[in-house]
Design a protein around this ligand. Structure first.
Ligand code: IMP
Ligand code: MG
Length: 181
């Protein structure tokens, strides 16, 4: 039994992801010249993106991680998120870059932004590797945007379905029968 048996198709290849991550890293390096940004990533989906991205950033930077979960069940998006793991460091006066795997409805990210703003960083910029524009419910401005994807559920390169498939090197769409399991 292999994970590959569950894949319907590769939507974004590892080569395309690599090119995109390098491009975003160069943009950040250019924009933050002379500064020392603090890169904050939201676990778990963004862990691979974060690891690859920081290696394309040429200015000194620090990293920290946060883990949040949507509060409430099912499709009801209350806009409240629960902090499972908070940052280890104080962001006051820092130039923060929030590194996300995918911008979907934007509900989680907008709540997180509000929370981080209250801690008075010098600036906050949003970075997402994937963007599903059709699904946005909240208007958020992405300073750094990777690849637009259709309104389909994707897995791989950190993204999961039921905690699986994060380790796929390409971004894939699963066979429909997998979702019923
Ligand atoms: P939202 O923007 O608050 O709706 O939540 C976004 C989060 O949902 C992302 O950070 C992902 O963890 C997850 N997510 C959204 N779309 C997908 C997908 O296509 N595959 C896997 N996870 C997804
Ligand atoms: Mg996520």
């Amino acid at each position: 039994m292999s994970m590959n048996d569950d894949i319907r198709s590769v939507l974004i290849s590892r080569e395309e992801i690599e090119k995109t991550v390098a491009r975003i890293g160069a943009e950040i390096s250019r924009d933050y010249a002379g500064k020392e940004p603090m890169m904050i990533s939201v676990l778990k989906g963004a862990f691979i993106f974060m690891a690859d991205l920081v290696r394309h950033v040429t200015v000194p930077c620090s990293v920290d991680f946060m883990s949040v979960s949507s509060y409430g069940k099912g499709t009801r998006t209350s806009g409240e998120v629960q902090i499972i793991k908070d940052l280890d460091t104080n962001i006051e006066g820092k130039h923060v870059i929030v590194v996300e795997d995918i911008l979907d409805s934007g509900v989680t990210l907008s709540y997180l932004l509000e929370l981080l703003h209250a801690r008075r960083p010098a600036s906050i910029a949003l970075c997402a590797l994937f963007d599903k524009p059709k699904r946005h419910k909240v208007e958020l401005e992405l300073a750094y945007k990777g690849i637009e994807v259709p309104d389909e559920f994707i897995v791989g390169y950190g993204l999961d379905y039921a905690e699986k498939y994060r380790n796929l090197p390409d971004v894939c769409v699963l066979k429909p029968e997998v979702y019923g399991k």
